[in-house]
Ligand binder design. Structure first.
Ligand code: HEC
Length: 171
């Protein structure tokens, strides 16, 4: 599993970097039926019932597509770039998967950590705020489905934090 994941991810990362992250993503429903080929710019969610390896690969695609590494470092070790805000080390994070998912979906107010969930604040509740315009102080990227962000958090937890695969309450 490790070798397969590493090899596929390298090819994938190259593809994502080449294609860039500006192309629009398709709207992804619950467990989209087929994962896009690695050459696609779109980082699809792993289908329902996917293997752990496939979930981690899908999560790595989102990590690359969203360019989390710009601020958090290529290996989640924390950012040091002069060009991007310095995000903290995710390797040293103590967040459990549910909390990390919420932060990744809804962002951190008054910081450079964006909200990544499609429809965050405007269509889906974040931090108990009423549905409506995002409060000031929140940067909203809003590019990914919850399923994609679950895959992403699984990837961060397992690849960087070396935690067991999360078991989501509704999954
Ligand atoms: C533009 C820079 C930037 C990008 C891109 C970014 N982050 Fe962040 N992130 C931050 C900053 C800055 C913080 C710390 C905010 C604070 O609390 O001061 C942070 C905090 C976090 C935290 C909280 C860590 C902890 O233990 O408290 C998580 C989790 C996180 N980011 C995940 C991600 C993921 C996953 C992505 C990609 C989808 C991402 N971030 C993309 C800037 C960024």
């Amino acid at each position: 599993m490790t070798l397969r994941l590493a090899g596929a991810s390298t090819a994938l990362l190259a593809g994502v970097l080449t294609l860039g992250v500006v192309l629009s993503l398709p709207v992804l429903g619950e467990g989209s039926p087929s994962s896009p080929a690695p050459s696609s710019n779109a980082a699809g969610a792993a289908p329902a019932g996917a293997s752990d390896a496939d979930i981690l690969l899908a999560g790595k695609r989102v990590w690359s597509d969203a360019a989390c590494y710009n601020c958090h470092g290529n290996n989640g070790q924390g950012g040091h770039s002069a060009d991007f805000p310095a995000g903290p080390s995710l390797r040293k994070s103590v967040l459990d998967p549910e909390s990390m998912l919420m932060i990744t979906e809804c962002g951190i107010p008054d910081t450079r950590m964006p909200a990544w969930l499609k429809g965050a604040y405007t269509e889906l509740e974040c931090y108990g705020n009423p549905i409506g315009p995002a409060p000031s102080g929140i940067l909203v990227s809003g590019a990914y489905s919850e399923d994609q962000l679950k895959d992403l958090v699984a990837y961060v937890q397992v690849a960087f934090m070396k935690q067991p695969m999360p078991t989501w309450s509704d999954r």
